[in-house]
Design a protein around this ligand. Structure first.
Ligand code: FNR
Length: 190
């Protein structure tokens, strides 16, 4: 069973992006274990905070990313871009210089918004950042999902069959992507 560290760019309790990712996690549960990584308690990036000891939240972020087999970014769209919480988490993970926790991780981006464009601008803005941080980003299929509560039941299961089929295909592709692009990792084998 492969572990996917899920970074949700929304910090709010009723996040539709969180719900959406949880629903996909249920679909994937026989192959992938989704582990949501807390990013709301990270301070704004500040180089001074590495000394004498980095904040516990930063240490935990780096540990959880390094232990995961892959990373999934789930981004809301804020003013046609991804959220500052995601940028902040990514920046912390890339430091100290030479100890980039994201390096070589298979990665994917998804997102949803109530609007018809389904966070497409946010996701496309995030692609460059994920790539430059040395993750191996899956390009297809893309998920630009216009969120409609009626597509899900109270437990977050997807009730609409065509949505389920589409997201099921995405899960298949991501699971294969992780297998295909994973580098052997000493820490994972210990
Ligand atoms: C938004 N929202 C939004 N939606 C969109 O489709 N395109 C956009 O550019 C924006 N811009 C934007 C800016 C800011 C500051 C906020 C707070 C919101 C609406 C957004 O998609 C909606 O609030 C979602 O519910 C946010 O996702 P979560 O928090 O529910 O996961």
């Amino acid at each position: 069973m492969k572990t996917v560290a899920v970074i949700n760019g929304s910090l709010r309790r009723e996040s539709i992006n969180r719900r959406f990712a949880e629903s996909i996690g249920k679909l994937a549960a026989d192959r992938l274990r989704f582990q949501f990584v807390e990013i709301g308690d990270l301070p704004l990036y500040n180089d001074d905070l590495w000394q004498p000891e980095p904040p516990e939240s930063v240490q935990r972020l780096k540990r959880e990313i390094e232990a995961a087999d892959a990373v999934l970014f789930v981004t809301p769209e804020y003013n046609r871009s991804f959220t500052p919480a995601i940028k902040n988490a990514i920046d912390w993970g890339t430091r100290p210089y030479g100890k980039n926790s994201w390096a070589t991780k298979p990665a994917a981006i998804i997102g949803t918004s109530p609007g018809a464009l389904g966070a497409s601008a946010a996701q496309n803005a995030l692609k460059g950042l994920v790539t430059v941080c040395d993750m191996v980003l899956m390009g297809q299929p893309e998920i630009y999902f216009a969120y409609k509560p009626e597509l899900f039941d109270a437990e977050g299961n997807i009730t609409d069959e065509s949505t389920k089929a589409f997201l099921g295909t995405w899960v298949d592709r991501f699971a294969k992507w992780i297998d295909r692009t994973s580098e052997p990792r000493v820490a994972a084998q210990a």
